[in-house]
Design a protein around this ligand. Structure first.
Ligand SMILES: [Zn+2]
Length: 402
């Protein structure tokens, strides 16, 4: 009896009062019975406020927030459905914050969604008496309700990228706001249609505001962009170019490895990761062994020096100076006599306009790099990638909150 009194403040549903609390003796399950508050003297039509007469009744049991040792806490009540004799309105009376067919209260769903923000969905059942599937479904429901729609007005520049996920080399097409990093579109595949879906969401005005699109220079998206946004300039993005260059370094390293004697092989093998790091992040001992590697290997040394030189390209503000710098870089690459570098230089030459467009539009790749880190984490932790809509919501949540 005293338990009923003390628990009531935790179960405040306007128009309803706690009539009974039963707790299973082992403390695992609690049932809180709610009944209509007698003070409101019957049910009134929400439209015309006249009293509603005879009603259909349905007993409901809905999961609510955990309490003490009990992870299964049920609210039990009778939902009353009636039709107003005066105005014809049909209305169901039930405690607020509980949907018509929901298995859980709104506040429990929000709690579950909050847990899903910080832990893997398959861990949620350890805290709440639901399955992993239900945790995902509720998280998705909550996110759909609370996340704002993507801002498609006044976009200046966008980034389009393809992202491979999972083991089966599945691809996703991603569109980001290049300035804010907001995820605007996520679609399966890396085909024309995967990107076209994004442009279909835009009004004429929204299309017109986009002045620049950052893409991978090898991307399959170029044709769609030229078709859908004929006025926009295409910018080959730094992130992809550097990634391509890293592949070139990797190729040279493998060639050198094949040519190296047994003694040097172990040494080169361990250095692969170091080569791709920003030199500022290397620990002193890593830096020392990297220097040793470069000293004994002239080709790798050249490729590494040219990587730093390549990065300088994006520090230019004026396209004319950047243009001259590209010529310089190409001549250095040619001088090395290394075929892989010369091939990269030819590609750079072909991509020149798209690279120089950077000076004008200042699209940075930081947003893509941040996105790549985020999506990897979310796919692992939250939801896999089968439910694309959920994945999209989780990514949007992350991007909006950080
Ligand atoms: Zn009425």
């Amino acid at each position: 009896m005293s338990a009923t009194v003390s628990l009531a403040p935790l179960y405040q549903f306007t128009g309803w009062v706690v009539s009974k609390v039963s707790i299973r003796s082992n403390g695992s399950t609690v049932r809180i019975s709610l009944r209509p508050d007698r003070r409101r003297k019957g049910f009134r039509c929400p439209d015309c406020t006249r009293r509603m007469g005879k009603m259909r009744e349905r007993h409901r049991e809905v999961l609510d927030l955990p309490l003490g040792t009990a992870s299964a806490v049920y609210l039990t009540f009778t939902a009353y459905q009636g039709r107003c004799a005066h105005c014809g309105t049909i209305h169901t009376f039930r405690p607020p914050g509980i949907d018509s067919k929901a298995q859980g209260t709104d506040r429990l769903k929000r709690y579950v969604s909050h847990l899903c923000r910080f832990m893997a969905t398959d861990k949620v059942p350890e805290f709440v008496f639901i399955s992993t599937d239900t945790a995902r479904r509720w998280d998705k429901q909550v996110l759909m309700a609370i996340l704002p729609a993507p801002k498609l007005d006044g976009l200046r520049a966008i980034l389009v990228d393809e992202k491979s996920i999972g083991k089966g080399h599945q691809y996703l097409t991603v569109v980001l706001n290049a300035d804010t990093g907001e995820v605007l579109h996520l679609a399966e595949g890396k085909r024309k249609a995967s990107l076209q879906g994004f442009f279909e969401k835009l009004t004429e005005e929204q299309r017109a505001s986009i002045k620049a699109v950052g893409i991978d220079r090898a991307g399959a998206y170029k044709a769609v962009i030229e078709e859908e946004l004929p006025h926009a300039e295409i910018v080959y993005d730094k992130f992809h170019l550097i990634a391509n260059y890293n592949e070139v370094i990797d190729k040279i390293r493998r060639e050198e490895w094949r040519a190296a004697g047994e003694q040097n092989k172990t040494f080169i093998k361990g250095q692969r990761y170091n080569l791709f790091r920003n030199p500022d992040n290397l620990k002193p001992e890593q830096e020392a062994s990297l220097k040793e590697l470069l000293a004994m290997n002239e080709n790798l040394n050249k490729a590494y020096v040219l990587k730093d030189a390549l990065k300088v390209l994006w520090t230019y503000t004026y396209a004319k100076s950047a243009d001259k710098y590209i010529d310089k870089w190409i001549s250095w690459a040619v001088e090395t006599g290394i075929e892989a570098l010369q091939k990269f230089a030819r590609g750079l030459d072909r991509a020149r306009d798209g690279i120089l467009a950077f000076c004008k539009h200042r699209i940075t790749s930081a947003k893509i790099e941040a996105f790549n880190a985020t999506i990897g984490r979310i796919v692992r932790r939250a939801c896999g990638y089968r439910d694309l809509e959920y994945l999209y919501l989780k990514i949007r949540q992350e991007a909006l909150e950080t």
